[in-house]
Structure formats: C-alpha cells, structure tokens
Design a protein around this ligand. Sequence first.
Ligand code: NAP
Length: 234
Amino acid sequence: MASQLRLRSALALVTGAGSGIGRAVSMRLAGEGAAVAACDLDGAAARETVQLLGGPGSKEGAPRGAHTAFQADVSEAGAVRRLLEQVQACFSRPPSVVVSCAGITCDGFLLHMSEDDWDKVIAVNLKSIFLVTQAAAQALVSSSCPGSIINISSIVGKVGNMGQTNYAASKAGVIGLTQTAARELGRYGIRCNTVLPGFIATPMTQKVPQKVIDKFTELIPMGHLGNPDGGLFM
Ligand code: NAP
C-alpha cells in the first residue's frame, strides 16, 4: 500500500495521454496516488484516459484538483503556455511530475523526405519538449517547488533507424535537451530524465509494416514487442 500511494501528493502532467505509452503512464501514476492532468491533441482521447483512471476525478463534473483532461497541441508555444495556466488554475499548483509522451512519425527514406515531414516531426517530437520542459520548469521555479521532468525519447535516437532520419534526429535532440536541462535545473530541485523505449505495441507501431516489425522482433531478446504498461506483448 505504501508504494502504491508514494505519489499521493504529486500532480502529474502527461502529454500524449490519450493513447499508447502516455495513457499507460497516466494509469500508473494515478495508481500510485498522483492526480493526473492528462493532455492530448485529441481532447476526446484525453477524456477517455481520465475515465479509465478511476477515482472520483474520473467522473463528469469532477471536483477541482481531481484527474482532469486537457486538449493542447504541444508543438505550439501559445498552446503550451495556456496548458500550464489551465493546469495551475485547475489544481492551484504547478505539476510536480511532467511526462512528455506526445510524439508522431512521418517515415520516409532520406532521399525522398519532404521538408514538411521533417518540420512536422521536429515540431511535435522535439520543439514540444523544449516548450513543455521550459514552461513546466518556469512554473516550478517561480513557485519554489521541486519537480521531476521525464521526456520520452527512443532507442532510435541513439542507434538510428531506416526511414526515420526525422524521427531519429528529433529523439537524439530530446536526449541532448534533457541532459542539458538536468544540469541547469538541478540547482532548483528539478530532476530531468529521458527514457529511450525500444519497440512498444501502440497505435504508433501499428502503422509500421508487419515485415519491419518481424525484423525488429528478431532483435528483441524476449522475442516480443514491449507492452506500454510494462508487461510483455505476446
Ligand atoms: P501513440 O499511441 O501514437 O501516442 C502518441 C499520442 O501523442 C497520441 O495520442 C497523439 O494524438 C498525441 N500527439 C501527437 N501530436 C501531438 C501534439 N502536437 N500535441 C499533443 N499530443 C499529440 O504513440 P506511443 O507509441 O504511445 O508513443 C508515445 C511516445 O513514445 C512518443 O514520443 C514516441 O515517439 C515514443 N516512443 C514510442 C515507441 C513505440 O515503439 N511505440 C518507442 C520509442 C519511443 P493523436 O492520436 O491525436 O495524434
């Protein structure tokens, strides 16, 4: 029970919370006692996640401070600023845990990749990390609160992947940004960490052709894709 409720005083902001890893992270944080501000580009999907979280906050007309859904495009500076304002207005404090899971892929070989596909992926996967990390850190520093910022990168950011120059560059950028933010923000009691998942079975990987999935599965010692909630996907 103690470990279940170790986050009972935490307020967690999760982006990309309407699907896959972001939804699983939201459920885990709520299960350990945190109040969750679940944000997604798709507001209905974020509300669905809040329904799944259970507890009084999951119901319509939830009391102030219970799990709450927010809609925002985290690649847009004004939207991120409004998101942090809305979360603080709703919960009367800044989020002490921030998990940035929002992400997209627009795959294609380098020789044919359009500038638009490059820009979109960098905006959603990397610029959003700058915007959310900065806005959350500013809110924490101005309230003199400690916090933990977790940015989801990918193993692809470390080793590259065919057809994903834009995605690999964005995820490598997340690593550098987060390592630097950790050095700058440690003095304020704010920890910054990045997680590099391997291949996880979510709507994002459902778009990958089966023959590519099969190829990667051969490289996974367990012989299965990961499951977003941490279990094995059989
Ligand atoms: P997912 O199921 O597609 O979830 C991503 C979520 O982010 C979706 O709900 C999506 O909303 C949302 N989103 C997209 N653009 C957004 C924006 N501009 N603002 C706010 N939300 C936005 O993908 P996932 O597999 O859970 O991926 C989560 C994170 O883990 C991503 O950063 C991904 O790169 C990373 N990751 C995934 C894997 C994997 O194998 N699955 C491996 C390594 C890293 P819409 O559905 O409305 O677009």
